[in-house]
Design a binder for this molecule. Structure first.
Ligand code: 5GP
Length: 116
């Protein structure tokens, strides 16, 4: 299901591809999605190249928590006080296209449910 090859997000972490970075620390990077699906669409990624959520292991426990708390802080800074959606597309059926784990933060408009 997953690939272990380098992805475009590895290049983004190494600053080989320009992105609009909104947050960075030693474990994670957050940047604006290049094709936003909402007025605010930010991706939070681990610097560790875990391909999908399904590939995360028990040793990644703290990192996964860090990604969610980072998503929360990024949403606060982005002014999403009315709410937002956090999405982790996982694998083919989940609609994942980049095989480097990432958390979508979507907000700034009313989001529908269920997703397509
Ligand atoms: P997925 O479909 O895998 O859950 O989401 C991958 C996301 O990465 C998509 O929303 C896509 O627009 C975004 N993306 C892909 N390549 C780039 C890029 O080079 N720069 C930025 N900022 N976003 C990208």
């Amino acid at each position: 299901m997953s690939e272990t090859t380098e992805t475009i997000f590895s290049k983004i972490i190494r600053r080989e591809i320009p992105v609009d970075i909104v947050y960075e620390d030693n474990l994670a990077l957050a940047f604006k999605d290049i094709h936003p699906q909402a007025p605010v669409h930010i991706l939070v990624i681990p610097k560790k190249p875990i391909p999908t959520l399904a590939d995360a292991e028990s040793q990644d426990h703290a990192l996964l928590g860090h990604l969610l708390l980072t998503a929360k802080r990024v949403a606060e800074v982005a002014g999403l006080e009315n709410g937002y959606r956090v999405v982790i597309n996982t694998g083919n059926d989940g609609g994942q296209t980049v095989y480097h784990l990432h958390v979508h933060i979507l907000g700034g408009r009313q989001l529908n449910w269920p997703p397509g």
